[in-house]
Design a protein around this ligand. Structure first.
Ligand code: WQD
Length: 344
């Protein structure tokens, strides 16, 4: 019988792509989301891609009773936890909201998983835990830096919570094994253009801002800073294709479910290992899509790190996963998705 994976926050950007890859790998999936930051577009897109209906549960993971009920209604073998608020700037303005939601929901998931014999928990962490690194690329051993926002703090705290729970439950009936995936900068959309990123309001992230500018929803892209100590003066990041990133989850879940883990809690960087500057990304977008983007240089954005990219060799070696898609293909997929949602 196929193993069942619960995807919390499964109607969102990353969760919907992960759902597709899990189904294609032969897993059963239950999608649960409180729909607080998305609509049904991506969930419907997922069902179109896989050609069938999927179980969907409207659940707020901050509700402990509802979370527990979900684990009694389904026999869940592994849970991938995405359900969280994710806007860095908003987290600075509303820290209580962020701590309550991001920590509360994860604690409820851990408690229910442990109580119902679901031993495998994968947490969606972030490269943000490294802060401004002293050395790039960063490995999983690179020390974490103090968080620069409540959002980043919740990622660090959830990592610590999972580690503590793994230690405390080892050898017990409610044993939890954990995998932390630290994502670099996920971009792009599914090649079908049926699912992708749907930011509410003005996008904070670079690629949605680029595609919205190209389609005419925004007048001009501001490139934040041209005087960084990098080859072209703009910040460098590790932009990872969303489908590549989603596939990393399948490798990680398989490792857990096949009993291959060597430690109770394992950590992997999920990135390409390739630094790309803001300007290089803009140029690549223009070239691959054959258009000109209206952009200007603007002052640095507070809180931005100069350069960060992954050393993904641990995930390559241990999980057997590698990022495959070029940044050009990914930017073409992001543009196809923007045109799809604009009905063009
Ligand atoms: C990338 C680069 C900007 C917008 C954030 C979170 C992180 C993770 C992913 C999410 C930077 C520049 C951006 C614009 C620009 N979490 N930029 N003009 O900041 O690396 O990471 O998103 O849930 O935790 O911090 O990504 O896409 O915002 O920025 O010049 O309009 O693009 O300065 O150098 P970031 P980003």
């Amino acid at each position: 019988m196929a193993k069942c994976v619960l995807v919390s926050g499964g109607a969102g950007f990353i969760g919907s792509h992960v759902t597709v890859e899990l189904i294609e790998a032969g897993y059963d999936v239950v999608v649960a989301d409180n729909m607080s930051n998305c609509d049904m577009t991506c969930f419907e897109g997922v069902q179109k891609i896989i050609g069938r209906k999927l179980p969907f549960e409207k659940v707020d993971f901050c509700d402990a009773v509802a979370t527990d009920k979900l684990f009694s209604d389904y026999k869940i073998d592994a849970v991938i936890h995405f359900a969280a608020f994710k806007a860095v700037g908003e987290s600075v303005e509303k820290p209580v909201r962020y701590y309550k939601n991001n920590l509360g929901s994860f604690l409820n998931v851990l408690e229910a998983a442990s109580a119902h014999g679901c031993h495998n928990v994968l947490f969606s962490s972030s490269a943000t835990v490294y802060g401004e690194p002293d050395k790039v690329p960063v490995t999983e051993e690179t020390p974490r830096k103090p968080a620069t926002s409540p959002y980043g703090a919740t990622k660090q705290m959830c990592e610590d919570i999972l580690n503590d729970v793994v230690k405390a439950t080892a050898g017990t009936e409610g044993e939890i094994r954990g995998i932390l995936l630290r994502y670099f900068n996920p971009i792009g959309a599914h090649p079908s253009a049926l699912i992708g990123e749907l930011p509410r309001g003005v996008p904070n992230n670079l690629v949605p801002f680029i595609t919205q500018t190209a389609i005419g929803k925004r007048a001009c892209l501001s490139i934040f800073g041209d005087d960084y100590p990098t080859p072209d003066g703009t910040c460098q990041r590790d932009y990872i294709d969303i489908v590549d990133l989603a596939q990393a989850h399948v490798y990680a879940v398989r490792r857990m479910l096949d009993g291959k883990m060597e430690k109770g809690c394992e950590v992997y960087n999920i990135g390409t290992g390739r630094p790309v500057s803001v300007l290089e990304l803009v140029n690549a977008f223009e070239k691959v899509n054959g258009l000109k983007l209206n952009y200007k240089f603007a002052p640095r954005r507070a809180g931005d790190v100069t350069a960060i990219w992954a050393d993904p060799s641990l995930a390559n070696k241990v999980l057997g996963w590698t990022a495959k898609r070029s940044v050009e293909d990914t930017l073409a997929s992001a543009w196809a998705w923007e045109k799809h949602i604009a009905g063009k």
